[in-house]
Design a protein around this ligand. Structure first.
Ligand SMILES: Cc1cc2nc3c(=O)[nH]c(=O)nc-3n(C[C@H](O)[C@H](O)[C@H](O)COP(=O)(O)O)c2cc1C
Length: 355
């Protein structure tokens, strides 16, 4: 994996979608010998090119750009009046509590993926990773032609088999401990909740494609454990999200280091897709009310004024702070220190085995 990617250590910084990635974090990790990753799912082609130029100015090392193959669950990007009314009914008390009016029916969402992926073919990062599906055979072929390595996320063995059949270069085994959305694309996310180390072993038994373990890994012992189970590399998300260099807000980072992070939950209430964050009142109240939520990403659009008001009013129990289950074990606030510690700990573990 290190040879393929041209990096010193088999450690990837998980990309964060929805504006939480930063050029500083990507370049810090890549400059430290790992592979930094930028989540570009919300960016326009022009924004993507600008980010690429900034990363290139900050590091001459390889890095990863990540996109969402499927970026909406709404047919034609639209919802019906009936769906909107159902969402209004269920979320009205929270908007009232925050003293703000209910949002208008969200405007139709236009998928960005096709234009974004054309930009990837132009800027040619060392690695193009993706979630929520598999790009077309034509796109994958062009990536191979241009020397762009590809990595797709699997939450089940079936998804890993589908990724291998499509000819991707690497598979990310994305366990249910992970922070952020569950990137499932074959079965429902709710029935694709295997833990990282089981998923990794199942995939390693059946596929030949190199596998990157992701979910619940924040230190060198866990990287060593993943490598011992056959992983070719490990991807770390939440631990990097909590560092000064990420684009998460100061309160988000504070929450990741607080007692609240002991309790995470999977919820669709904030975006319409299932994602893991620190448990909060809305997620708890609305368990089993998923039929009333809007499809992704219109639910995010619907909830955005509430998020803004909740931040202003410091109503933290109304905000989903993305987090993986491992948050209570986090120790580092500087990305370079986290990298150094992970490398030292992993190396020490394998040296110890040799004795
Ligand atoms: C806030 C947040 C946003 C994420 N966004 C993406 C994304 O857009 N694309 C992606 O492939 N993975 C995304 N991930 C997953 C991470 O890249 C990584 O695989 C995961 O966080 C690893 O699990 P951990 O959080 O337990 O370390 C996200 C994770 C978090 C916490």
């Amino acid at each position: 994996m290190t040879e393929l990617l041209g990096i010193a250590y088999p450690i990837l910084q998980g990309p964060f979608g929805g504006t939480l990635s930063s050029v500083e974090l990507v370049s810090t990790v890549s400059n430290a010998g790992g592979l930094g990753g930028y989540g570009a799912n919300t960016l326009s082609p022009q924004e993507l090119i600008a980010v690429h130029n900034k990363i290139e100015a900050a590091t001459n090392k390889p890095y990863n750009i990540n996109l969402w193959v499927s970026d909406t669950d709404a047919p034609n990007g639209m919802i019906t009046d009936e769906q909107y009314e159902m969402a209004v009914k269920i979320f009205k008390p929270y908007f009232q509590e925050a003293g703000i009016s209910l949002p208008e029916k969200p405007a139709p969402f236009k998928s960005k993926f096709e234009n974004q992926v054309q930009t990837i073919l132009d800027i040619r990062p060392k690695l193009f990773s993706f979630v929520f599906g598999i790009p077309s055979a034509d796109v994958l072929e062009q990536c191979h032609k241009f020397g762009i390595l590809t990595a797709g996320s699997a939450t089940t063995l079936d998804e890993a088999l589908a990724l291998e059949a499509a000819g991707v270069d690497m598979i990310i085994a994305s366990g249910f401990e992970a922070g952020g959305h569950r990137p499932s694309f074959l079965a429902a996310a709710e029935s694709s909740t295997t833990g990282t180390f089981v998923l990794l072993q199942l995939i390693k038994e059946k596929v030949k494609t190199p596998v990157i373990a992701a979910g619940g890994i924040s230190n060198g012992k866990a990287v060593a454990a993943a490598l011992a189970l056959g992983a070719d590399a490990a991807q770390i998300g939440t631990a990097f999200l909590a560092t000064d260099e990420s684009n998460a807000t100061a309160i988000h980072k504070q929450m990741l280091f607080s007692d609240a992070a002991k309790y995470t939950t999977l919820s669709r209430a904030f975006t319409g897709r299932l994602g893991r964050g620190i448990a909060n009142r809305i997620a708890k109240d609305l368990i089993h009310k998923e039929d009333s939520f809007l499809p992704f990403p219109l639910q995010s659009q619907f909830m955005s004024p509430l998020k803004k008001a909740a931040i202003e009013q410091e109503k933290w129990d109304m905000i989903l702070f993305w987090s993986g289950q491992i948050a209570p074990a986090l120790k580092h606030k500087k990305a370079a220190e986290l990298m150094r510690s992970v490398i030292e700990e992993t190396t020490a573990y394998f040296d110890h085995l040799k004795i």
